[in-house]
Design a protein around this ligand. Sequence first.
Ligand code: HEC
Length: 478
Amino acid sequence: MTHSKRRSAMRMRNQEYRPTLPGCGPTRRSTLAGGTLGGAAVTGAAVAGAALLLAFTPVQGQEVTYAADIAPIFNEKCVECHRPGSIAPMSLLTYEQARQYSSRIKFRVENRIMPPWGLNPHSGIQDYKNDRDLTEAERQTIVAWVDDGSPSGDVNDTPPASVFPEGDFFWYLGDDLGEPDLVVEGPTVTRSAAGPDEWNDVTVPTGITEERWIRAVEIRPSNERSRTVIHHALASLVQDESGVTGVPDAVSDQVRGRGLLQNYAAGAGGHVFKPDAGKLIMPGAAINWEVHTTAKGIDVEDASITMGLWFHDSPPKYRTILTTYTPRNANGQLDIPPGQIAVHQGTWVMPGPVRLESFQPHMHMRGKAMMTEAIYRDGRREVLTFVDNFQWDFQTTYIFEDEVAPLLPEGTVIVVTSWHDNTAENPNNPDANQWIGWGARKVDEMSIAWFNITYLDQEYFEQLVAEREGRPAVDDRD
Ligand code: HEC
């Protein structure tokens, strides 16, 4: 999609916004607007959106049909997951399938549960490389089609179904980058059809003998049965590295760790780093895998996961490091009382100029929302990202478009706020009577914002800012 098209799509989307919550029904639509998050701006937007809705009909005076209107949307926004062999329970490749599920489709689409994409469309940065959200026009077209009785239209108008690479396994990045330079197999684990979640922690050598800079990385379960039972997987670099090489001297003692290399969760694609940056992998490096499986009613003897790495031809100047920020309370705890919505907040000061490349909010079943703000040294405060529709089953990484990836000067304070909903109102809450703290099980909680951060030197930072016509920040929305 071109930039201008994306912009106009954004404007369309902004015509109506129904704040909603993970997995919830229409009766709870107003919860957020009612100020559970204490957000006056959110409330205002919701009210304005409701007014605009009255003036907006998707395809005026025309019948909305599957062939002409719906199939193109499903091809672009749904069938990647809703086709045989992918992660969703049913396929949406044909009219018959779409019609059979039409009322559920309406419910999920209208309530922003499908496609899974948690960002508030009014607050914070809106342009992401992996944006899979529907535009507001698309959303309303789907609703209108179901309301009209899901007509098929002229079958001759149906566009050809999306074509996917042959076979059970392919790399999403393969289209653009070809085969990876190195494939690192993860562990093979067994998963029983029933029982609690399991975590497998295994370290596997990479066979790397010389320093390499990673240009792109993608993790995928190795086959269809693995895609069914592997809920998520984390790949961390284990390598002998004193300090943190590849970051400017001024910050090298302040940058924490080499961090996670990449994570996989249902629906994740790959990540291509910018030409001027990458991840450093050292000779002798190993990958520590944490593979989380859930019971799905089938015994799988050989659930496995694999990672593709594409390397830069020559070392880039800057290093991108996956950094975790973990908002907690004043005692350093995650403290979620029964029956309450708990708020935790933390602040982190940027040790030098940085560019943020991507972020991922990580919480579990009670996760509700997460916001990141920047406070600049001149006192300006700006919302960078606001996920107000967190769906814990899809741990989405949001990859900023190049022209909006936040450029933050040294000394900028990043504020991360997380919300957990431990009330009985939260349909994902297994037990609203429990007092919840930090833990790996999905019934415990986490409160993590993962940011891929590239540490820049001052001169290059100023050059990048100048290239954006003097905008140190990101807010050029009209
Ligand atoms: C990133 C992958 C992904 C995308 C994109 C996606 N879905 Fe889904 N969808 C899923 C998964 C996984 C499930 C099953 C888990 C759940 O119910 O949340 C699901 C469930 C559903 C369900 C509920 C099915 C049932 O049995 O009740 C509907 C309806 C649905 N999706 C419609 C859509 C539509 C329409 C689109 C496109 C506008 C879409 N989805 C895009 C992954 C996806």
